[in-house]
Design a protein around this ligand. Structure first.
Ligand SMILES: *[C@@H]1O[C@H](CO)[C@@H](O)[C@H](O)[C@H]1NC(C)=O
Ligand SMILES: *[C@@H]1O[C@H](CO)[C@@H](O)[C@H](O)[C@H]1NC(C)=O
Ligand SMILES: *[C@@H]1O[C@H](CO)[C@@H](O)[C@H](O)[C@H]1NC(C)=O
Ligand SMILES: *[C@@H]1O[C@H](CO)[C@@H](O)[C@H](O)[C@H]1NC(C)=O
Ligand SMILES: *[C@@H]1O[C@H](CO)[C@@H](O)[C@H](O)[C@H]1NC(C)=O
Ligand SMILES: *[C@@H]1O[C@H](CO)[C@@H](O)[C@H](O)[C@H]1NC(C)=O
Length: 336
């Protein structure tokens, strides 16, 4: 140990001397350059700059795009990346804070439609170079075909820990939902839905580490192996929107907890084979609900009296069910 300490001491001293020396040389020979560099800083403050490392990261992303027939990235040239299409920089710091590359011209929408069934998509991969955008708060890559070599959701997304908004909707990944997403503790909006693919999860407890999450869509992701989906969701009291349409949610066991989210306004459970009596459904205590879709869920039986307490409800979608005992529905809905 001792010799190491002394050697690191002496190398520190050496570096300090070296630094002083460099500073002296700098002050003599390139004083004007230093002044120039300092003078550049206020430019960032006015939002007209682009941080070179972040520009390089975006160019690396562009390099991973193999097809861009809608010319979404056509403006990605020249120095100031803050002016490129889909990029926003902070007025204060000059850092890239927003990346909005949503495919906004998707073709005619049909069942099983996703970014890979649309010629206007970006095709290619999501480059790990994005990790250099350390201040990125908003990323929307939705409706593109950015599957990379193996069609997995990149795990490195879990390290982009300033993200508040992440939209990968319509990218037909085929992997497990990575638990690393639970590291995105500032996330408020998470949209992974509409991929119509082989994406699945057997465990969504990583969501319980997202205390600010307001919007969650996992529609069309196979969640059949999650027996008690209300339990982890109850641990995220900030949730206002939950979309679990077409998630292969199964018959609920009677031991499941009730959803008790007090801010939840929209719940979409459509296109799941719930197949249990409607009275034993898990959401009747969520009196904050404004929108509830139970379309095509194989529910049956009588409505519970608790429906009469859901006084915020504006839309209740019950289409394509076998509800043959709806005689109490009229009286329950009278209060609403
Ligand atoms: C940044 O500057 C632009 C253009 O001057 C302005 O429209 C925008 O509101 C500003 N944003 C913030 C957060 O100040
Ligand atoms: C994500 O993108 C899709 C399609 O581009 C859009 O329909 C959806 O509303 C977006 N989700 C959020 C949370 O904004
Ligand atoms: C992200 O989360 C995983 C577990 O979900 C953990 O093993 C890993 O250390 C975390 N990474 C970072 C960078 O926090
Ligand atoms: C909701 O239920 C969970 C258990 O499922 C519990 O930990 C949490 O405290 C409950 N929240 C409210 C607001 O009652
Ligand atoms: C409806 O709400 C009232 C007041 O909070 C409560 O006493 C009653 O038990 C609720 N009814 C049902 C069926 O949950
Ligand atoms: C109502 O639906 C249940 C379950 O689907 C069925 O067993 C029952 O025969 C139906 N009753 C009538 C009157 O159609």
């Amino acid at each position: 140990m001792l010799p190491q300490i002394s050697s690191s001491c002496s190398s520190k001293m050496y570096r300090t001397t070296n630094l002083l020396f460099t500073l002296i040389i700098l002050s003599i020979t390139s004083f004007s350059q230093v002044v120039n560099a300092l003078a550049l800083q206020p430019q960032y403050a006015h939002g007209s700059g682009c941080i070179p490392a972040e520009r390089a990261a975006l160019l690396a992303l562009q390099k991973g795009i193999t097809s861009d027939s809608a010319d979404i990235l056509a403006s990605w040239e020249g120095y100031d990346c803050c002016r490129w299409r889909g990029i926003s920089c902070s007025n204060r710091t000059g850092h890239v804070i927003k990346l909005h590359l949503r495919n906004t011209f998707p073709g005619p929408k049909a069942y099983n439609y996703n970014g890979c069934s649309d010629a206007n998509s970006l095709f290619g991969k999501i480059s790990p170079s994005l990790l250099s955008l350390k201040n990125l708060e908003y990323m929307d890559l939705s409706m593109n075909c950015l599957l990379g070599p193996n069609s997995h959701i990149p795990q490195f997304l879990g390290s982009m820990d300033n993200l508040r908004y992440l939209n990968l909707s319509g990218i037909p990944f085929t992997s497990r939902v990575p638990s690393q997403l639970g590291n995105l503790s500032k996330l408020q909006h998470l949209d992974l839905g509409e991929g119509y693919s082989g994406m699945y999860s057997a465990d969504i407890t990583c969501l319980t580490k997202l205390p600010l999450l307001q919007y969650l869509s996992m529609s069309t992701i196979n969640l059949a192996r999650i027996a008690d989906w209300p339990r982890p969701l109850n641990m995220v009291p900030s949730l206002g929107v939950i979309n679990l349409a077409g998630c292969s949610l199964d018959t609920a066991s009677q031991s499941l907890p009730y959803l008790n989210l007090t801010k939840l306004e929209k719940l979409d459970l459509s296109l799941n084979n719930l197949g249990h009596s409607i009275a034993s459904s898990r959401f009747w205590k969520v009196t904050s609900l404004k929108y509830l879709s139970l379309r095509a869920t194989q529910l049956f039986g009588k409505f519970p009296d608790a429906l009469g307490n859901m006084t915020s409800l504006k839309v209740l979608d019950l289409a394509f069910n076998n509800l043959n005992k709806t005689e109490n529905l009229q009286s329950l809905l009278k209060n609403l």
